[in-house]
Design a binder for this molecule. Structure first.
Ligand code: GTP
Ligand code: MG
Ligand code: ZN
Length: 302
C-alpha cells in the first residue's frame, strides 16, 4: 500500500464515470474508488477529464480526493466522449428500433476517424428473419467482424465476449439497441439499468445517461455509453472522407484525387455496380460527402 504514494502524495487513477460534478476515480494500484473534485486549474485551461482518462489525484480525506493532472491521452473518441480506447463495439438492431444502415455508417466514420478497430454487433436477432441477418452481414462482413447476438435469447454472447479480453472496448450505438442489456448478459454482476422502448419514448430520454468504464469478470474493460440523438459527420476534410470507408481504400481507385462521385472511369463506382462494394455503403458515402460540402459552403458565407 505504501508505495502507491509518490513523495508528494500523488497517485495514479483511472476515471470510471461522473457523479454529478464529481469524478469517480479508481486507484490503479489498490483498486479503491475515490470521489474526486477537480482543481480550478482545469477549468481555467478548458480541459476536463473524461471517462477513461488516466489522472494523478491526491486523497483529501477518507474516500474523497482531488484530481491534479490528466496524463496525455493515447486517443480520444468524441461521440461518445471516452479516452484511451482500444476498440469500439458498434451495436445496432433492425427491429425495435429499426436502425438504418446509414446510422451504422455514421458511427463507423466517426470511429475510423480515430483509427480504432471496430466490431459490429447485430443485436435482437430474435426479432428478425434470417434474410434480414444475411443481408446485413453481407454488407459489413467484408470490412469488419460482425457478431449476431440476442441479449434476450442469449445468442452470440461467448463470441462477443471473446473480443473483449485485455482491452478497453467502448459500446456505442443508438438508444435502445441493447448495449446495457448485452453487457449485463456478458457479466451479470454489472447490473446496469436497461429500459423498455415505450417507457423511453414517454420520458423522452436515454436509459444510460453517461459513459462509464466497467471491469468485466472475464478480464478487460468495457464502457457503457448513452445512445445519441444526432450523429453529425463534421470536422472531416472532404478529401479525407473516402479514407474512412475502408473498402474503398482496399479497392484503390486508379485516380488519386478521385472523390468517386461522377468521375469517368472511377474504379469504386465500377465495384459498386458489380456488387463488390455494398450499394448502401456507397450511398452513405455520397450522403456524408454532400453534408460536408454543405457545411463548407455555409461556413464560407459566414
Ligand atoms: N427482443 C429483444 N429485446 C432486447 C434485446 N436486448 C435488449 N432488449 C430490450 O431492449 C430494450 C433496450 O435495452 P437497453 O439495454 O436499455 O438499450 P441501450 O442500448 O442500453 O439504450 P440506452 O442506454 O438508452 O442507450 C430493453 O427493453 C431490453 O430488454 C434482445 O436481444 N432481444
Ligand atoms: Mg444503456
Ligand atoms: Zn474513384
Amino acid at each position: 500500500m505504501e508505495d502507491t504514494f509518490n513523495t508528494d502524495g500523488r497517485r495514479a487513477g483511472v476515471v470510471l464515470r461522473f457523479y454529478s460534478s464529481l469524478l469517480v476515480v479508481e486507484d490503479m494500484k489498490t483498486g479503491e474508488q475515490y470521489l474526486c473534485k477537480l482543481r480550478g486549474r482545469f477549468k481555467r485551461q478548458g480541459i476536463r477529464p473524461i471517462t477513461g482518462d488516466i489522472v494523478e489525484y491526491r486523497v483529501v480525506v477518507g474516500n474523497e480526493g482531488v484530481v491534479e493532472n490528466i496524463i496525455n491521452r493515447k486517443n480520444e473518441l468524441k461521440k461518445p466522449s471516452v479516452a484511451n480506447v482500444d476498440q469500439v463495439i458498434i451495436v445496432t438492431t433492425l427491429e425495435k428500433p429499426a436502425v438504418p444502415y446509414e446510422i451504422v455508417d455514421r458511427f463507423i466514420v466517426l470511429v475510423e476517424k480515430e483509427t480504432l478497430p471496430i466490431v459490429i454487433v447485430l443485436n435482437k436477432v430474435d426479432l428478425i428473419s434470417d434474410e434480414q441477418i444475411e443481408k446485413f452481414e453481407k454488407t459489413y462482413r467484408q470490412i469488419y467482424p460482425v457478431v449476431r447476438t440476442s441479449a434476450k435469447s442469449k445468442i452470440g454472447i461467448d463470441e462477443l465476449s471473446s473480443y473483449l479480453s485485455d482491452r478497453v472496448s467502448v459500446f456505442a450505438g443508438m438508444s435502445g439497441v441493447g448495449k446495457s442489456s448485452l453487457l449485463n448478459t456478458i457479466d451479470s454482476k454489472l447490473e446496469l439499468r436497461t429500459g423498455e422502448l415505450s417507457e423511453r419514448l414517454e420520458r423522452g430520454k436515454h436509459t444510460t445517461t453517461s459513459a462509464s468504464l466497467l471491469r468485466i469478470s472475464s478480464g478487460g474493460w468495457v464502457v457503457d455509453t448513452p445512445g445519441f440523438a444526432s450523429l453529425e459527420i463534421e470536422d472531416i476534410e472532404i478529401k479525407k472522407l473516402r479514407e474512412l470507408f475502408v473498402e474503398f481504400e482496399n479497392e484503390k481507385c486508379y485516380f488519386q484525387d478521385c472523390l468517386h462521385v461522377d468521375e469517368v472511369g472511377c474504379h469504386i463506382k465500377e465495384m459498386v455496380e458489380k456488387g463488390k462494394i455494398a450499394q448502401s455503403r456507397y450511398e452513405s458515402y455520397l450522403k456524408f460527402l454532400r453534408e460536408l460540402k454543405e457545411k463548407e459552403e455555409t461556413n464560407l458565407y459566414r
